[in-house]
Design a protein around this ligand. Structure first.
Ligand SMILES: [Zn+2]
Length: 446
């Protein structure tokens, strides 16, 4: 059977991930993501109303025109997890394919919300839920399987397309977490089994390939956060925390430790309400029944007023804005645009790392400076990455022992540390290690 890979997006950047695998006449698409930084760099771009081709020209969504060169029928569109760089283009591209969107329940719910917010295209694709461990037939000879992985968002999987020529394992995004705060540990047993059955190709997320050692578990970030928050138990002023809204495990830790130190947690900001509300509704997390979540500006400001009236020392607002995004809650607080007043010595906890990208770095710098001008003290970097470091990459290569490897989720520069480590494992550039760009196809078997 002919097996061919189309590397459509996310092979020259982090963002707008999209890869298609053709096995015989059947095609499966993995991810359809958005490169948010290409959108945010323009003022006031509302992607909801934009046409796909304009977004492709901006470099914001994958240029899927290469799909017309792929001779086969798309049988499924499979987003691996709910991060925008993996699902953010579904509302702009999925309607061009007569295929269901297949994903885990949390991811499907986020896809559904995104489709509902779309104003330009009517996306009618069926939404099919499949849990980690689940399988579905693709054509007569292939099978799609979801393997449970751990990442900075719940319900993440690595999809595997089993073909008569061996498995194609799509390895974006994960870290090896044996002690995640929410959900099951990464299913290494299944990866090893698939490795013994035979892997034709492994497509790997190279984000942290240049970092030594092992990515720490989420339980490490949790205990770091606990240490910081317990140390503030006697502080009688304002404490504010921020983290990735989609990082439900982290939000859960913030909520728990707030209560432990005698403060009422409250989640503020549109995306805080969206992700945590969705996770709670789908029973992925058990929040206290009286946990407030407010997204709309009016209800947020009302909550801030209540906090100021009743006393900042009794609350822990968990807000959006960990990257200093200009319109996020923490940035508004820093600019003094909310009723919440920061006083000299108040604490701001960033349970996040700055995404190393000039726009983020600049915005975050500005937000921190503004917070500092109001007297706030900053706790930084209470975070662990969601991506494999180099030792995790070695372990995956050893577990899967793939015939071919395709580095992804980076640009050319970001691929180089991965190329080095894969070479140490015996792979050779141009032979079985395929460094590629957006819009290419790689023929694996004839
Ligand atoms: Zn991700």
């Amino acid at each position: 059977m002919e097996v061919e890979i189309a590397t459509i997006g996310g092979y020259e950047e982090v963002g707008r991930q999209m890869t298609a695998v053709r096995a015989g006449d059947n095609v499966v698409i993995f991810d359809m993501g958005l490169n948010l930084s290409k959108v945010l760099i323009h003022d006031n771009v509302e992607t909801e109303r934009m046409h796909s081709l304009d977004l492709i020209d901006m470099g914001a969504i994958p240029d899927d025109r290469v799909m017309s060169d792929i001779e086969g029928d798309v049988q499924a569109i499979v987003p691996t997890h709910g991060h925008l760089d993996h699902i953010g283009a579904i509302s702009k591209l999925a309607h061009r394919y007569d295929a269901p969107i297949v994903a885990t329940p949390f991811t499907i719910e986020l896809v559904k919300q995104q489709i509902e917010g779309e104003e330009k295209f009517g996306v009618q694709n069926d939404l099919v839920k499949m849990d980690a461990g689940g399988t579905m037939p693709i054509g007569e000879k292939c099978e799609l399987e979801f393997v449970n992985v751990t990442h900075s968002i719940i319900d993440a999987i690595n999809p595997v397309l089993h073909t008569p020529e061996g498995a194609v394992v799509y390895g974006l995004d994960k870290r090896m977490d044996h002690n995640p705060v929410l959900g099951d540990p990464i299913d290494m047993d299944r990866f090893r089994e698939i490795g013994r059955e035979g892997v034709l190709c492994y497509i790997e997320d190279c984000t942290n390939a240049g970092k030594k050692g092992k990515t720490p578990s989420e339980s490490v970030a949790r205990s770091q956060l606990k240490d910081v928050m317990y140390s503030l138990e006697d502080y009688d002023g304002g404490i504010v925390a921020t983290t990735f809204s989609s990082h439900i495990a982290r939000v859960k830790s913030l909520v728990e430790f707030a209560e432990d130190i005698g403060r009422q947690p409250v989640l503020l900001g549109r995306s805080m309400e969206k992700y945590s509300g969705t996770a709670e509704r789908l029973d992925f997390v058990d929040f206290p029944s009286d946990l407030g979540m407010y997204g709309h500006r009016k209800s947020v400001d009302r909550t801030f007023k209540r906090i100021m009236d009743e006393g900042k020392e009794d609350y822990l607002p968990v807000v959006t804005g960990h990257q200093g995004e200009p319109r996020a809650m923490l940035t508004r607080m820093a600019r003094g645009e909310t009723p919440y007043e920061l006083d000299e010595g108040d604490k701001v906890i960033f349970s996040a790392r700055v995404i190393p990208e000039p726009t983020n770095e600049g915005q975050r710098y500005q937000a921190e400076k503004l917070l500092g001008m109001q007297g706030a003290r900053i706790y930084d970097d209470i975070h662990v990455s969601g991506h494999l470091n180099s030792e995790g990459h070695y372990q995956m290569l050893q577990a899967l022992n793939p015939t071919n490897v395709i580095p992804a989720h980076q640009d050319m520069k970001g691929f180089s540390p991965y190329v080095e480590l894969a070479s140490n494992e015996g792979y050779e550039l141009g032979r079985d290690l395929h460094v590629t760009k957006n819009g290419n196809t790689i023929q694996l078997t004839e």
